[in-house]
Design a protein around this ligand. Structure first.
Ligand SMILES: C[S@@+](CC[C@H](N)C(=O)[O-])C[C@H]1O[C@@H](n2cnc3c(N)ncnc32)[C@H](O)[C@@H]1O
Length: 237
């Protein structure tokens, strides 16, 4: 753990199998053109990345990019930033960008957390964490993306009324997320009845991990937390 409040650079995996020629070319030619600025070089201004966008949405760990590309297509006036350290996933999203000509996505190939920390307060209106790595062993829980650090950072980044969306098909991770949400005064859980979190909203496409979980008999929870308007000085870690 660092003074930043999270363990840096710990991922499930960065490379599955060597890239074939086309994905390798997309990584070398297209990625530099759609890459988000390196957060290690200083604060990142998302308005400068998307001068015409009404809003900025961020997806942490986009996997193969199915959800991110769908949202970007459906919401052309929104600027999207996606972070993913898994090279095969980044190459998949690049392939979708190449095929569709989507102009409103910037990719951070790496850990989402330094980039989140480099963004200004209130700069996002939606933040997605879909099927984060569960790190099931108790001694690895501190590696989980959802954490007090994450809720504090989400509270800082989301404008009042903004949404944090978390999906998981792992009951322990769902409980874990709700427990941390209860301790995060900047957020209200929007669900009023079980159907609200058991049913995938129409503006929330299925991800690859969700499809796999469904095939294996695990149902997902769709958790939506709203950034409170009155929580500016109540956000605690
Ligand atoms: C279980 S997969 C889910 C992928 C995708 N969201 C989906 O639902 O299909 C978790 C993803 O989070 C990514 N990940 C893990 N640690 C991360 C980090 N620190 N920053 C960004 N992404 C991360 C992994 O590489 C992996 O692609």
């Amino acid at each position: 753990m660092t003074e930043r409040g999270y363990i840096p650079n710990l991922y499930g995996r960065r490379l599955d199998k060597p890239l074939r020629a086309r994905p390798a070319r997309l990584m070398s030619d297209l990625l530099p053109r759609v890459a988000a600025p390196d957060p290690e070089t200083g604060p990142v201004d998302p308005a400068a990345l998307f001068p015409d966008a009404n809003e900025i949405w961020f997806e942490v760990g986009f996997g193969g990019g199915e959800h991110l590309a769908w949202q970007a297509q459906e919401n052309p006036s929104v600027g999207f930033i996606g972070a993913e350290p898994f090279v095969n996933g980044v190459a998949k999203l690049l392939s979708k960008i190449d095929e569709t000509g989507l102009q409103n996505i910037r990719i951070h190939f790496g850990d989402a957390r330094p980039l989140l920390e480099a963004l200004p307060d209130g700069s996002l209106t939606k933040l997605f964490v879909l099927h984060p790595d569960p790190w099931p062993k108790k001694r690895h829980h501190k590696r989980r993306m959802i954490s007090p650090w994450f809720f504090a950072e989400a509270g800082r980044l989301l404008a009042p009324g903004g949404e944090l969306r978390v999906a998981s098909d792992i009951p322990d991770y769902i409980r874990w997320t709700l427990m941390h949400a209860r301790n995060a005064p900047a957020f209200d859980w929007t669900a009023e009845r079980a159907a609200d979190w058991k049913t995938r909203p129409a503006d929330w496409p299925e991800t690859r991990y969700e499809a796999k979980a469904t095939r294996e008999g695990r149902a997902a929870a769709y958790l939506i937390f709203r950034r409170r308007a009155d929580a500016a000085d109540r956000n605690v870690t």
